[in-house]
Design a protein. Structure first.
Length: 439
């Protein structure tokens, strides 16, 4: 039997580890999955657990829930980290699981941060999942649709775990002050309002909430009666500015840029500036945001306000020349301008429609009258024959067709009546009427 060291003793463990729930009844949050009659609870209580993936933000109980499942279903539990393990370690674990199966014991293999495994490593689990040697429970903070290969994902049920609410976190903190595994053995004076502030600061993460509470209590002041009082000054130091949840290479990166884009599209400058600040303060490259805003200027504003593109390019140049933090105001100017500008996606729609036609008609020849006769032979075979030079016409218009014959009559750019595009719409209507009259 392995001897317990001083550092393995419960008192020396962090508060979050000491209070780790042991049963479903102790588990906080995820009522949509674990409430009475909910699907995951029924699977656990009926001992019908199959391979699954828990997808959710940090600190919502993915590892804890896997341990509870193993304990509740009386299975062997192997905790496996995708950060420190490779193919060799996977094979060793699978052999252990096979040995357990021969003795009639089911094995749950819990893989933390499964998104960190490459395709070959994920594939190594496949045969064992398929023949039932193991029940695989993976945990990931990233969207499994992108990070888990299709073959493995198709054999796993995905459960989405949600960030804990402020009320759930406050209840968890209240419990920590009374539970003997927490601070129940010592008198702690801490107003309910302080617990609420820690809960808000934790932003749905139970681990952050409990760690912050532990820091506040351990740095509290002892009074003459031996009570620990957490002061406002101590709490303020414990909930100072923290890193925003953001992974420039992960899903949250795309979530935030999507929120910025859609807020501008919905003409909401308040939300647009908020999402801009979220990205910049989390360390996003301002050049990346400037590129996206420049795209927006033509995709969602376009010719309803041609100055939008000028604003976006100017902001891009400002970001490139002076960088953060100074360029934050230039990006704010561009973002607010985009949000308040009239909206038109006519240019985007025009290109996408033309692109589909181009892909389906790649071999369509350029009409002879549009070809450039740069040699005598080209001129002899008809290159440029019938070309009409618009500047020679009185109205600067001709009835010459410029599309391939199979695409005659196709319309790609359909201007809206928004902003300055209304004038372009009227102009296009005038051109069409002239061509109809002179065809």
């Amino acid at each position: 039997m392995e001897q317990m060291t001083f550092f393995d003793r419960p008192a020396s463990q962090p508060l979050a580890a000491r209070l780790r729930p042991q049963t479903l009844e102790e588990f906080a949050g995820q009522r949509h999955l674990l409430g009475e009659g909910k699907v995951l609870r029924r699977l656990i209580e009926g001992d019908q657990v199959s391979s699954m993936i828990f997808w959710g933000p940090p600190g919502v109980g993915k590892t804890t829930l896997a341990r509870i499942i193993a304990r509740r279903t009386k299975s062997a539990f192997i905790d496996f980290s995708a950060v420190t393990s490779g193919i060799k370690e996977i094979r060793g674990v699978m052999q252990q699981a096979e040995d357990n199966r021969r003795f009639g014991e089911r094995t749950i293999v819990f893989v933390d941060e499964i998104h960190r495994f490459n395709k070959a490593q994920q594939d190594a689990f496949l045969p064992f999942v398929e023949k039932g040697s193991i029940v695989l429970i993976g945990a990931t903070t990233e969207n499994p649709s992108f990070e888990v290969n299709a073959a493995l994902l198709s054999r796993c049920k995905v459960f989405v775990l949600q960030a804990l609410s402020t009320e759930e976190l406050t209840g968890l903190l209240r419990h920590a002050l009374t539970d003997p595994r927490g601070f129940g053995g010592q008198a702690v004076s801490m107003p309910e309002e302080m617990l609420g502030r820690i809960a808000v600061f934790a932003n749905g993460d139970a681990r952050v909430a409990l760690s912050t509470l532990e820091m506040a209590v351990l740095n509290g002041e002892l009074d003459a009666e031996g009570r620990t009082a957490v002061t406002e000054e101590t709490l303020a130091q414990c909930i100072s500015k923290k890193s925003l949840l953001y992974d420039k290479g992960g899903e949250e990166h795309y979530n935030l840029i999507s929120a910025l884009h859609k807020s501008m599209r919905n003409s909401d400058p308040q939300a647009a500036v908020y999402w801009l600040a979220r990205m910049l303060e989390a360390g996003e490259d301002p050049i990346y945001i400037a590129r996206r805003v420049t795209r927006f200027a033509s995709e969602d504003v376009g010719l309803s306000d041609p100055r939008a593109l000028q604003q976006a390019v100017a902001a891009f140049e400002a970001c490139r020349l002076i960088g953060m933090p100074e360029c934050s105001v230039h990006l704010t100017q561009a973002v607010v301008y985009m949000a308040l500008a009239p909206k038109s996606n006519a240019l985007y729609a025009a290109y996408e429609t033309a692109k589909r036609d181009a892909e389906n008609a790649l071999s369509e020849p350029v009409p002879l009258h549009l070809r450039n006769a740069v040699t005598g032979l080209m001129k002899e075979v008809g290159y440029g024959a019938g070309y009409q030079y618009a500047h020679d016409a009185e109205d600067k218009l001709t009835d010459m067709t410029c599309l391939p014959e199979s695409l005659l009559g196709r319309e790609y750019y359909r201007p809206t009546d928004q902003g300055e595009e209304a004038a372009l719409r009227a102009r296009l209507k005038q051109i069409k009427a002239w061509k109809a009259a002179h065809s």
